[in-house]
Design a binder for this molecule. Structure first.
Ligand code: F6R
Length: 261
């Protein structure tokens, strides 16, 4: 796991976008795994900017989102399909037919299997973008999720429902179930980028990077993945013990990349 500590949330988004750009340059038909929530919004802004500056085209890209609320139709403003269209897809040249979000309205027994098949048919995910919940969840794999889980329905914790309450109007129906890629599904991505910003994420970041491998912190499963980069700002890095080491590694990696360029 590589840990990159940047000066600001803006830098997190810029560096995340650079990873996407570098991949698409090499493989214009790459398969991206995408996340929703507040964290990746700035990254999506950077991806849109790259497109508007004619630096990149997404016309051959396929994408698979991590999760969707059960019971919300894709046109519902709080659905993750709506979120993706609004924050990214409507602003770039991606073919909407190549963008996949789990179906929150399909019969639960079939929904997971169909999604897993679609990912496999696309050749697997080349680059998976992740945020992390304050409780250490990735996708909607809440604490106690099996570390080898596959796409399925999960019950959201009260803490997650509360955290996401900010997106819903008072009295609006807020789902307490979601369909999410499993941790096993996520770990099959060839490369993973986890982004985290702000103090509220410091505890989850500490556990996922330096804590024990445990279902209590689903993101700690990324310690098992051999190509994961965690990009965080100073606040999210606050509780890390080995900050100086991560900074040293980042400098060395940069130097080696420049020498090999
Ligand atoms: C969203 C997702 C979640 C979020 C996490 C952090 O698709 O899978 O795991 O990444 O809840 O959300 P924010 O970024 O809103 O703090």
């Amino acid at each position: 796991m590589q840990v990159v500590i940047t000066q600001s949330a803006e830098q997190v988004a810029k560096l995340g976008a650079k990873h996407c750009y570098d991949l698409i340059n090499v493989n214009p038909a790459a398969v991206l795994g995408l996340a929703t929530g507040s964290t990746p919004v700035a990254l999506y802004g950077q991806l849109i900017d790259l497109y508007r500056r004619n630096l990149v085209s997404y016309c051959l890209i396929k994408s698979f989102n991590l999760d969707e609320y059960v019971g919300l139709v894709p046109t519902h403003p709080q659905s993750y399909r709506y979120f993706m269209n609004h924050h990214l897809f409507n602003h770039i040249d991606i073919n909407l037919k190549n963008t996949f979000v789990p179906d929150g309205m399909t019969a639960p027994a079939q929904a997971g299997e169909q999604y897993e098949k679609a990912i496999a048919n696309a050749g697997g995910i080349d680059l998976q973008i992740l945020g992390v919940g304050r409780n250490g969840h990735i996708g909607f794999n809440e604490p106690s999720s099996s570390l080898s889980s596959r796409t399925r329905i999960k019950t959201l914790t009260a803490a997650t429902v509360k955290d996401n309450n900010r997106f819903f109007a008072t009295d609006e129906f807020q789902p307490e179930l979601a369909i999410t890629m499993g941790i096993g599904t996520i770990l099959e991505a060839k490369k993973i980028l986890l982004l985290a910003t702000g103090k509220a994420k410091a505890k989850a970041v500490k556990h996922l990077v330096e804590g024990s491998l445990s279902a209590s912190c689903p993101a700690s499963a990324l310690q098992l993945h051999n190509n994961t980069t965690v990009i965080i700002d100073q606040e999210a890095a606050e509780l890390l013990e080995h900050k100086e080491y991560y900074k040293q590694v980042a400098i060395t990696t940069e130097q080696m990349a420049t020498e090999n360029a």
